[in-house]
Design a binder for this molecule. Structure first.
Ligand SMILES: C[S@@+](CC[C@H](N)C(=O)[O-])C[C@H]1O[C@@H](n2cnc3c(N)ncnc32)[C@H](O)[C@@H]1O
Length: 210
């Protein structure tokens, strides 16, 4: 198992990968240690804060939920423990999806690159949750428009954006544009803990589609 020093180094590597191929290679090697490393060593809480915020609003246990950038299934585990079982997961790392498969939580798990157009029809999901995936060198804010497109009216989109990524990319511009164009409105948007042991915060966002 990696110690804290090498853990910081693994996170550092994911945030500074030269391209998506390199990033995929890092997750391939990291998948089996990911849960332990992010939770125990970095104090990651992205899965906890998104799940808990979404669960505070989502009352229909049959809600169709997309876990975007599901990784090993940390979010799915919590939703499933709360009797939400209609969950689909997508991620671009087969090895991360393999870890999620072993948890036997998801209705389906698909290899999907979130930086491309999503091959889902419109108005499909009651909720989309995206924890830990809006981060440096991973997935940028453009996919938020696609997420709105495939979410039902009245549905929720709940996500974190790591502090450094929020500062580096035009999240605010796209989020505000979606709001002023009347596509969604904010329910909760605040600064929250993220990797507690690293002292890193995030923007925690819950938006409802109009
Ligand atoms: C920090 S992990 C978060 C995983 C999970 N949501 C969680 O809370 O533990 C980021 C995830 O984003 C995935 N990812 C990175 N780039 C992606 C892309 N372009 N399309 C889909 N998934 C991507 C990685 O494979 C990884 O599983």
């Amino acid at each position: 198992m990696k110690n804290t020093k090498s853990m910081i180094s693994t996170i550092y590597q994911t945030l500074h990968a030269a391209d998506s191929q390199e990033l995929e290679g890092i997750y391939k090697d990291w998948a089996s240690d990911y849960d332990h490393d992010v939770v125990e060593l970095a104090g990651y809480v992205g899965h906890l804060i998104t799940s808990s915020l979404l669960l505070s609003k989502l009352k229909n246990k049959k809600a169709r939920i997309l876990d975007a950038g599901c990784g090993t299934g940390l979010v799915g585990e919590i939703l499933s423990q709360n009797s939400f079982n209609n969950i689909e997961g997508v991620d671009f790392s087969q090895e991360m999806l393999n870890e999620a498969t072993q948890k036997k939580i998801y209705q389906s798990l698909r290899l999907v690159d979130l930086t491309k157009n999503l091959d889902y029809e419109g108005n499909l999901f009651d909720a989309i949750v995206c924890a830990g995936t809006f981060t440096c060198g991973h997935v940028g804010p453009e996919v938020l428009r696609e997420m709105v497109r495939i979410t039902k009216k009245g549905g929720y989109i709940c996500f974190t954006v790591r502090k450094q990524e929020w500062e580096a990319s035009p999240y605010k511009t796209i989020i505000d544009d979606l709001e002023s164009s009347d596509f969604w409105h904010p329910v909760v948007h605040k600064t929250a803990d993220y990797n507690v042991k690293e002292g890193v915060t995030c923007q925690l966002c819950l938006y409802q589609v109009n």
